[in-house]
Design a protein around this ligand. Structure first.
Ligand SMILES: C[S@@+](CC[C@H](N)C(=O)[O-])C[C@H]1O[C@@H](n2cnc3c(N)ncnc32)[C@H](O)[C@@H]1O
Length: 346
């Protein structure tokens, strides 16, 4: 424009001093597996571990005896690798919010078991923290989802539950132990007795969803359940009334009892073996019960170190939620997310 004084921005080209850029070092991320697939052994050929039944109850020869189950790698990954993942798979796993879908094999009928997680979730945790042939322990196995995922992934696995029905259900979801290399076993026993079955430093991963104190031990009055004429309305989603069942205990007794169990499990873990626990928080008489905080504090007291907090975002699998607290009391719905607390043995 005539007469208008040009600003520096308009008139003077700003020339930045040319600085030589350092070449950016991009790590090569390939999809190549870290190790070769294992050769599956034929029926009857085992790596020295005993051939074990699919389930064990009181009265069986194996009840409360050392199992001699396999726990060493059958892959040929470099010894420093945490798992059999390729760099690309590892990269994707670094995202701290996880989503899963249920598949046909998943148990969603709450009359069979009131609190199951998807096979895909168990599989992701197992793939992250173990190699093929290693040993996974689920101290509260319920319907056996951990065992199913371990079977799919050729990992040895042992799961414990107090209830005979759940041990039978777990067993019914497994193929026979005769074909792959790894074995999976459901045992009816108190989680406090687990050290009777497993050798020290034989477990690579403890993975579980424990009971949540006595917070489910009450009638379900949720509006959403009522509205949907849900079978669970007024149901008590409790596993049992066995006094050893952690689901019957007050929050204080529960924290101590779960701490006692996990303290005994620590010597069974390999050094730097992971222990991943799935828990939600809950509302109880308009108070937020932070189960995940109690668990973190208790496990730290018992010698575990917290490594990661992962959110299991369940919004893709929640059908409908009722309205609570409107218009004055904001309440996030527990069903929409849960915690996955990842500890390790220091
Ligand atoms: C949340 S459920 C586990 C569900 C499992 N994640 C699934 O997908 O089916 C917890 C289980 O712990 C069991 N349980 C409670 N106290 C126990 C104890 N002291 N020892 C062993 N199992 C116990 C209950 O019977 C229940 O099946």
């Amino acid at each position: 424009m005539p007469g208008k004084k040009k600003t520096q921005d308009e008139s003077v080209p700003i020339t930045k001093p040319t600085r030589k850029r350092k070449p950016l070092v991009v790590p090569t991320v390939t999809d190549a597996p870290a190790c070769e697939a294992p050769t599956l052994l034929r029926t009857g050929e085992y790596d020295g571990s005993a051939l074990l039944p699919l389930s064990i109850e009181e009265g069986a020869a194996e009840f409360q005896t050392l199992l001699g189950i396999g726990h060493t790698r059958t892959c040929d990954c470099p010894s420093s690798h945490l798992n059999c993942m390729s760099a690309k798979e590892w990269l994707k796993s670094q995202i701290g919010v996880w989503h899963f879908l249920y598949e046909k094999r998943d148990i969603r009928d709450k009359t069979l078991h009131p609190a199951t997680f998807p096979i895909q979730l168990a599989a992701k945790v197992i793939e992250l923290f173990t190699h093929r042939g290693e040993l996974v322990l689920d101290p509260f196995v319920g319907s056996g989802t951990t065992l199913v995922a371990a079977e799919d992934l050729d990992r040895n696995a042992v799961g414990f539950d107090l209830k005979s029905e759940y041990v039978s259900l777990s067993r019914s979801r497994l193929q026979s132990n005769l074909f792959g290399h790894a074995q999976q076993i459901a045992i009816r026993d108190d989680a406090l007795n687990i050290p009777k079955y497993l050798e020290p430093e034989s477990v690579s991963l403890i993975w579980t969803s424990p009971p949540y104190a006595n917070l489910l031990n009450r009638e379900r009055h949720n509006k959403s359940r009522r509205d949907r004429k849900n079978d669970q309305y007024l149901k008590i989603e409790q596993y049992s009334q066995d006094p050893r069942d952690l689901g019957t205990m007050s929050l204080d007794d529960y924290s101590t009892a779960i701490g006692d169990i996990f303290e005994q499990l620590l010597p069974l873990l390999k050094p730097h073996g992971h222990c991943v626990i799935n828990v939600p928080d809950m509302w109880w008489e308009n108070q937020r019960i932070t189960i995940h905080v109690s668990l973190i504090e208790e496990l730290r007291r018992r010698g575990y170190e917290l490594r990661n907090t992962i959110i299991w975002d369940r919004t893709n699998i929640v059908n409908a939620i009722g309205i609570f607290g409107w218009p004055s009391n904001y309440i996030t719905m527990g069903v929409t997310f849960e915690y996955l607390l990842d500890f390790w043995k220091p």
